[in-house]
Design a protein. Structure first.
Length: 79
């Protein structure tokens, strides 16, 4: 991890396209401004982790879905 000291109004560059600027410091609260291309997603870490968990949950088949799929590929012997 790179650790830097910046004052209000100072910035940090990430690559060629992302600029993080310290907007304000009040006690233990720091306001940051982030300028990045639209194709780069920028989220607070806690929101990012919630999105990841939600995506994993949505991509995981439920027991009912697994059974329904199994029934589709393996017809029952009720004929």
């Amino acid at each position: 991890m790179l650790v830097l000291t910046r004052r209000s109004g100072e910035s940090v560059m990430i690559g060629d396209d992302v600029v993080i600027t310290v907007l304000e410091v009040r006690g233990d609260v720091v306001r940051l401004g982030i300028r990045a291309p639209r194709d780069i997603q920028v989220h607070r870490e806690e929101i990012y982790r919630e999105l990841q968990a939600s995506n994993r949950e949505a991509a995981s088949p439920t027991a009912d879905a697994v059974k329904a799929f199994a029934d589709l590929i393996r017809p029952s012997d009720k004929s």
